[in-house]
Ligand binder design. Structure first.
Ligand code: APR
Length: 251
């Protein structure tokens, strides 16, 4: 990718007083977790209407746990990659204020980011529909399907299709999008609502939009100001280097 497009994006981040990011599964692909809609992604193996809706879970939890077990194995061994680490560094440098993520893999936090809003929950805890008990994924490691002491099959605290996004996450993210001067969109096809409203709200309120993706999305033509095509694990570190150079020359 051309250096000057990195410089253009870095300049936006350098000048922005309130920068947020919206991330999706693409940012964790280089940690070994496949995304959903690329070729070979999770939805090419498991039909989301059969495995990823709350109705599917309620009617046949054992079946849904076959997919959850697959995801568990991938997430349990995943480490933050250079994109997660780079975003943690952007936050520490003061060039990134909040990350709104659709991912449930906890890798932004593991990569050093502190201000993370999780739209779709987090797979590190599980709850019982029956008695309300909560467990950590560690407590239930290797137990498939994971069961509550009351005998019910547990559900990971991730949002299935048909469930509401946590109200606090929704309110806070829309508030941040309204006041953002810059928005980074990293590794998401932006097809799932309401997360895909964030770029529209930010753009409508004057934010400059930087999109980082291996391929163009439906946002690229009309919402995105700077499209950087490629892998997030390469591009985010390049942005960090670009900003460090700007700090050097500015002092
Ligand atoms: N670097 C940058 N982008 C990448 C990379 C990478 N290394 N690998 C894949 N991508 C891009 C793909 O090109 C695609 O546009 O990341 C995007 C991933 O899109 P999806 O698989 O649709 O994942 P996501 O957008 O997070 O899905 C949103 O849908 O199924 C639900 O709940 C699930 O949170 C998920 C939501």
């Amino acid at each position: 990718m051309t250096i000057d497009i990195i410089k253009k994006a870095a300049q936006i981040l350098f000048e922005s007083k309130s920068t947020i990011a919206l991330t999706g599964a693409g940012i964790s692909v280089e940690s070994g977790i496949p995304d959903f809609r690329s070729a070979g992604g999770l939805w090419s193996k498991y039909d989301p209407s059969e495995y990823a809706t709350i109705d599917a879970f309620r009617s046949d939890p054992e079946k849904v746990w076959r997919m959850l077990r697959d995801m568990d194995d991938l997430v349990a061994n995943a480490k933050p990659n250079r994109a997660h680490l780079g975003m943690g560094e952007l936050e520490r440098m003061g060039f990134l204020h909040y990350i709104i993520t659709q991912n449930v893999d906890n890798l932004h936090q593991a990569g050093g980011a502190k201000n993370v809003i999780e739209y779709h929950g987090n797979s590190s805890t599980l709850s019982c529909f029956g008695c309300g008990s909560r467990y950590t994924a560690l407590e239930k490691k290797g137990e498939y399907p994971a069961k509550c002491r009351c005998g019910m099959i547990l559900k990971p605290d991730v949002i299935f299709f048909g469930e509401a996004i946590p109200q606090e996450a929704l309110n806070r993210s829309f508030q941040l999008a309204r006041s953002a001067q810059a928005l980074m969109i990293v590794g998401t096809s932006a097809v799932v609502s309401p997360a895909n409203q964030i770029p529209i709200i930010a753009k409508q309120n004057g934010a400059k939009v930087i999109e980082i993706n291996k391929e163009e999305t439906h946002l690229t033509g009309h919402i995105t100001d700077v499209f950087i095509q490629g892998e997030a694990g390469t591009i985010i570190p390049d942005l960090v280097v670009g900003l460090k150079e700007m700090i050097q020359t500015a002092t």
